[in-house]
Design a protein around this ligand. Sequence first.
Ligand code: ADE
Length: 244
Amino acid sequence: MFAALTQFGVSGRAVKQQLCCVKFWNPRDFTQDNYHTVDDRPFGGGPGMVMLVEPLDLALTAVKTELLRRGVVAPRMIYLSPQGRRLDQALVEELVREPALVLLAGRYEGIDERVFARHRLEEVSIGDYVLSGGELPAMVLLDAVIRQIPGALGHADSAREDSFADGLLDCPHYTRPEDYLGLKSPPVLRGGNHAEVSRWRLRQALSRTARRRPDLLEHRAMSPVELELLTELLGENHRETGPE
Ligand code: ADE
């Protein structure tokens, strides 16, 4: 499943360039029975299966032991679950500074609660919906973190200019042709005036954020130029309410 992360795109390149190392541990390798059982029916009844405490405990302990050998003493350990703290760019930027991350992807209905008593696991959710397992959420988290590693993106500024990098949504983008079936690209982007391009992009980002995600602006400090642009936008908005 994780080939999508380790063999393709930005994250795949980062792994190939050894900017990060992704290693996998299978709880089935930490079972004692012939069937390599990792789950069982829940105490108290009900649907689905619960992941056994022992294989998870042993697997997590083996990961910690290996990290200790590599000089990482108390790695951040994250269990992907809808019950967790919601993943956002602030958390991603916090996580990229860690020397190592241990991610636990659950399957079935959940994991035996005693795993939490054995290991200090933080719970992280990638959104208010339920997936069938923690693997995709782990890949989402890893992709977001890996692209923040210096050198992971081709262009040095790309990560800084991402949506959310400065707490705003991204501006619109254009490339050739200048005119597609009468749909024109904004002339300012082709004028060669970098200051004007930056101002236009910031204005678009502010406008989009104000319209689509006003919540993002609530606790965000504004620079003087941002305030000026927002005031301009509010004036325009007062006169006409366009699509963007
Ligand atoms: N596992 C299942 N659903 C999840 C979600 N939304 N976030 C993180 N882990 C999950």
